[in-house]
Design a protein around this ligand. Structure first.
Ligand SMILES: Cc1ncc(COP(=O)(O)O)c(C=O)c1O
Length: 400
């Protein structure tokens, strides 16, 4: 694998990317050449070797586990591979040793991947769901902390929150949320899909109890490859409800190590990889490893600074045109996402359609116009983006 050509502001590794400006990493990442090449390698190996391809690619995935662990500042045995963020949330939502009446705090305005599984668990285990608006931490933090603390004081078993909000791009004050939650005896589950890859993220330092994410956005891998982190202190209590045939200790022995090993009741591994209960997306993880290699070669601090420089150039232009910026005033509240409420009389969906027509790929969640550039985006793109915004605004106006 090579990390050659991974340069801030250069699209050299994305030669077939059709959008002139791709600023939609909060939705999905285009695949870079090294990621595509690595996935092709895996496919070619399976085409040539069949069963014989498994061992080298399982080894490759174990290397990815170690590299991800280093990247996140945790140990490898705390990470498991899951299909997507939702599978990671589900594994924990079903596996916490709940007691009837336990309370889970979720946030209004959160992406549903970190809400729905808790609601399902609430139905199954007779839990109580509490909620408060997540955006309050951005617009009125004083009031948010009072409300948050009031919930904690009622007794909360678990707080489920995203590291970065998908619509506003607000990076929530996760360290303080975690500190207060732990003081009140609550655990914290964090969804990192909008954060990991775009901002420096040391899970070990954050001290959250659980965290998961997917590889297809800011990590720049393919769809269908995610990760789950479970802190050492939580793993023994987490019930392996989602375990499958590959979750046992030495799960393959019965296939190759002799007769008599296919017994029922074999123990489930007491590590996060128990979530890998069946065959995994080998090709997707091969790609994710290449993608992570590129991110690590550049470094998330430099990536974050580069993205902020892109945002710094675009934000005043948008404000001048009547857009309202959702960006946090504080650097620690910022992320890869820069979102705007459109000027009166404009709809974000129309504007993104207009932008796409001009070769600029952006998103429009919850009525906001969302720009999500990453390391390959150049600062020279901004004048083109602004011209495309002007075009989209005047098209919309002329349509009345
Ligand atoms: C905050 C957040 N969580 C989760 C997801 C996706 O969940 P999954 O990986 O399960 O598809 C998204 C966006 O697609 C998101 O913005």
């Amino acid at each position: 694998m090579t990390n050659a050509g991974a340069e801030l502001g250069s699209r050299a590794l994305f030669p077939t990317l059709s959008a002139r400006v791709y600023a939609n990493h909060a939705a999905i990442s285009p695949l870079s050449q090294p990621v595509v090449a690595r996935m092709h390698e895996a496919i070619a190996d399976y085409a040539a070797e069949g069963l014989g391809a498994i061992t080298p690619w399982v080894r490759d995935r174990e290397l990815l586990r170690c590299e991800l662990a280093e990247f996140f500042g945790v140990s490898a045995n705390t990470l498991g591979f899951v299909q997507n963020t939702s599978s990671g949330v589900r594994a924990v939502a079903l596996g916490v040793p709940w007691k009837t009446g336990d309370r889970v705090l979720v946030f209004d305005g959160e992406f549903p991947a970190n809400v729905t599984p808790w609601e399902r668990a609430a139905e199954l285990y007779k839990l109580e769901i509490l909620s408060m608006p997540i955006d309050r931490f951005r617009v009125d933090p004083g009031r948010a902390w009072i409300e948050f603390q009031r919930h904690l004081d009622r007794g909360v078993r678990l707080v489920a929150v995203s590291v970065v909000e998908f619509q506003t791009g607000f990076r929530v004050p996760l360290s303080e949320i975690t500190r207060r939650s732990h003081l009140a005896g609550a655990e914290v589950f964090a969804d990192a899909i909008q954060a990991a890859g775009a901002i420096p993220l040391n899970i070990g330092k954050l001290d959250v109890d659980y965290l998961c994410g997917g590889g297809r956005k800011w990590m720049m891998g393919a769809e269908g490859g995610g990760y789950l982190y479970v802190h050492d202190r939580c793993i023994a209590d987490l019930r392996p409800v989602v375990a499958g045939w590959l979750s046992h200790e030495n799960p393959l022995d019965f296939l190759g190590a002799g007769p008599g090993l296919l017994r029922r009741g074999r123990p489930i591994r007491p590590s996060t990889d128990f979530v890998e209960g069946g065959a995994l997306n080998v090709i997707g993880y091969a790609g994710l490893r290449a993608a992570l290699g590129l991110i690590r070669a550049i470094g998330t601090r430099r990536i974050f600074d580069h993205i902020q420089a892109w945002h710094d150039l675009l934000e005043p232009e948008m404000i001048e045109r009547g857009f309202v910026s959702m960006r946090s005033e504080r650097a620690e509240g910022r992320s890869g996402i820069l979102s705007f409420a459109p000027p009166a009389g404009h709809r974000a969906a129309d504007l993104t359609a207009g932008l796409l027509g001009a070769g600029v790929s952006a998103g429009n969640p919850e009525g906001l116009l969302r720009f999500a550039p990453h390391w390959p985006n150049s600062l020279n793109e901004i004048s083109g983006v602004v011209a495309a915004v002007d075009g989209a605004l005047s098209d919309a106006e002329s349509r009345g």
